[in-house]
Write a new protein. Sequence first.
Length: 317
Amino acid sequence: MKPVKNPLYVPPGNPEECGDYALDIYAGCPHNCPYCYAPDVLRVSREEFFSHAEPRTRIVEGLEKQLREMREEGVVGKTAYLCPSCDPYPQGCDTSVTREVIQCLKRYGCHVRILTKGDGVRDADLLDMDDWYGVTLDGNREQWDRETMTYGGLSGEELFESLKLVHKRANTWVSFEPVLDAQMALRTLRACVQPSPLGGRHSRVADKVRIGKLDFRRSDIDWAKFGRAAALVCDSIGLDFHVTDSLRAQMRDSMSRTEFTEFIHDKWNVGDNSALGPQLLDGAVAYAGGLKPEDRVAFFKEMLPCVPEILFECVRY
């Protein structure tokens, strides 16, 4: 491979979700995820891409040089996403170069946003509360059974344990994108905020989750139904969540506002029982998560006759 000259690039999408910059540390990935888009983007065969993972040639030197040249642009406080087209911690590989990359970014005042199916706990000492450490949980039941897993990376249980360890030092997040099993994904969502056995303050495993559908491949999941259910779960446990554009479109297009109002009333049997008002409010807020920001206020106004408290949500949004 040729030496990497400018490994940092600006990724498509919202910087808050994807980072100001992105960086792919390795060529290839051994995890063999069935939905991985990287081989298609990089125009290599899936067999070749999944056969190995090796650090891109002189990537740390190339990063150092690029950051030095970008210093006048003001890279301090910018976030680098590791890694869109590979895993920063490929299982079974020497990942010491990932540590060097993080150290280099930190020297220039950058933050990192990590997403992995591997074990990055070893580098937690480099992170702080301006950084984000995330794992991918696709809802595949195989991911929770080491003996039946057909692709690489840590098991779901191991990934959850890694979040607990890193959460002491940095922000943590979970990417439920794409989702392969809707019910398993919903169960895992609930586990992101765990109740205290003594009835006290809940233990938060993840500070935020990203929820998205399986794109470009066939699925039997009712995405609109799943999206609404996932939003309701997150809202009920106080978990910050982001719904991807493609899933939001399914949620928005599948049900009219009139149909949704009837759905909420039927689900909670809301009539004159004012005690159920908060539940109706939760449902409305969750549904609003599937709307574009400019549509939310109009939706809330339509819901005002049902729950007066929703007025406060008009202000929040």
